[in-house]
Design a protein around this ligand. Structure first.
Ligand SMILES: Nc1ncnc2c1ncn2[C@@H]1O[C@H](COP(=O)(O)OP(=O)(O)OP(=O)(O)O)[C@@H](O)[C@H]1O
Ligand SMILES: O=P(O)(O)OC[C@H]1O[C@H](OP(=O)(O)OP(=O)(O)O)[C@H](O)[C@@H]1O
Ligand SMILES: [Mg+2]
Length: 282
C-alpha cells in the first residue's frame, strides 16, 4: 500500500485534495480526519502539517508527500522533489521599510525575522553574508514594527500583506515556490504504484493546461490552419459530408486558445468549438 502525506490545513490543503480527487483518488470528507484509506487504489492518505511532511517522507516513514518547495528546502531532510504540481505558487523574499536596505549585501549585521530559518541561513551562507536570524512562527511582518527585526524574509503572494505593513521587497526573490510531490532521496526508480500516481497527476496537469479545439475548414486551407493547431502529435482530420471541407481536432494551450480561434476565423475556419479536457494520459 502506498502511504502519502498531504497538507491538513493552510493554503495548499484544499488544492492538493482537489487535484488528488481529479486524479481519481478518494479524499476525506471531514476536515478533521487525519487519515483516509482509498482501498480501490491501494493508497492511504495522511493529513499532516505541510511543514512536517518533508520529515515524514525524508525518514522513509511515508512514501510520498505534497508540500511547498520552500518548506522542503527549509526542512533540510532526506526528501527530494519529484513533480511540480502547478498550484500554491508564491515567491519567498526579503522585505524592509522603504529606504532602509537597497540590496541583499545591506543585510550584513541585520536582524532577519522569518518562519523559514533554513531557507534564509542557506541564502546567507551562499552569499557569505553574516546576519542574525530571528525565528518566528508567523505574522513576521509585525516584527519590524515591534522592533524585533530590521528585515523580514517571508512568502509573498499578492504582496498585499507587505504593502499593508508598509514594507517593500528587497532584491530578487530567494526562490520561486509551488506545491510539489516529494519522495525520499535516493529512492531509486519509481515503483509501479508510484509511476501510476505520477501518470495520473501529470494527466491532471495536462487537462488543466490544455483544451480541445475543433473546427471546420476548407481542405485547401488545411495546411495553414493546422500550422496554428499542430496538437501534441498531430491534429486529427476527418472528412465532412460537405465537399471540399474537413473537420480538425487538436489540443491547444488554454492560455492561447482565444488568439488561435481569432486567427483560425481570419483564415476562414468556421464552427470553432472549445471543450475542456476532463482527464488524459498522453
Ligand atoms: N498566500 C500564501 N500564504 C502563505 N503560504 C502560501 C501562499 N501561497 C502559497 N503558499 C505556500 O503554502 C505553504 C505554506 O503553507 P502553510 O500551511 O504552512 O501556511 P499557510 O497556508 O500560511 O497556513 P497558516 O499560516 O494558516 O498555517 C508554503 O509552501 C507557501 O509557499
Ligand atoms: O502576499 P500576500 O498575498 O499578502 O500573502 C503572503 C502572506 O500570507 C501568509 O501569511 P498568513 O496569512 O498565512 O499568516 P501567517 O504569517 O501567520 O502564516 C504569508 O506568511 C504572508 O504574510
Ligand atoms: Mg501562513
Amino acid at each position: 500500500m502506498l502511504r502519502i502525506a498531504i497538507p491538513n490545513k493552510g493554503t495548499l490543503s484544499g488544492p492538493a485534495a482537489d487535484m488528488l480527487r481529479e486524479a481519481g483518488y478518494r479524499q476525506r470528507t471531514d476536515g478533521r480526519d487525519l487519515v483516509c484509506a482509498d482501498p480501490a487504489n491501494d493508497v492511504e492518505f495522511f493529513y499532516l502539517r505541510p511543514r512536517d511532511i518533508a520529515t515524514y517522507v525524508g525518514s522513509g516513514d511515508l512514501d510520498l508527500g505534497i508540500t511547498g518547495r520552500d518548506l522542503l528546502i527549509d526542512a533540510e531532510t532526506g526528501a527530494e522533489e519529484l513533480l511540480d504540481l502547478g498550484f500554491g505558487g508564491a515567491t519567498f523574499r526579503f522585505a524592509a521599510r522603504p529606504g532602509t536596505l537597497t540590496a541583499p549585501a545591506d543585510l550584513a549585521g541585520r536582524r532577519i525575522a522569518t518562519s523559514y530559518p533554513g531557507v534564509v541561513a542557506r541564502y546567507l551562507a551562499e552569499h557569505a553574508i553574516a546576519a542574525e536570524v530571528v525565528r518566528l512562527d508567523g505574522a513576521v511582518e509585525n516584527a519590524i514594527r515591534l522592533g524585533v527585526a530590521d528585515v523580514i524574509a517571508d512568502v509573498v503572494s499578492t504582496g498585499a500583506t507587505l504593502r499593508q505593513a508598509g514594507l517593500e521587497p528587497v532584491g530578487k526573490p530567494l526562490l520561486e515556490s509551488s506545491a510539489i510531490l516529494i519522495r525520499r532521496r535516493g529512492a531509486g526508480d519509481p515503483t509501479p504504484p508510484v509511476s501510476q500516481l505520477l501518470r495520473r497527476l501529470q494527466g491532471v496537469l495536462v487537462a488543466r493546461r490544455y483544451v480541445m479545439l475543433a473546427y471546420d475548414v476548407r481542405a485547401d486551407l488545411l495546411e495553414r490552419a493546422s500550422a496554428l493547431t499542430p496538437g501534441i502529435e498531430s491534429p486529427t482530420i476527418s472528412p465532412l459530408h460537405r465537399e471540399g471541407w474537413v473537420a480538425v481536432q487538436a489540443m491547444v494551450l488554454r492560455d492561447e486558445v482565444h488568439r488561435i480561434m481569432d486567427e483560425l476565423y481570419e483564415i476562414g475556419a468556421r464552427a470553432i468549438l472549445v471543450t475542456g479536457i476532463h482527464a488524459c494520459r498522453l
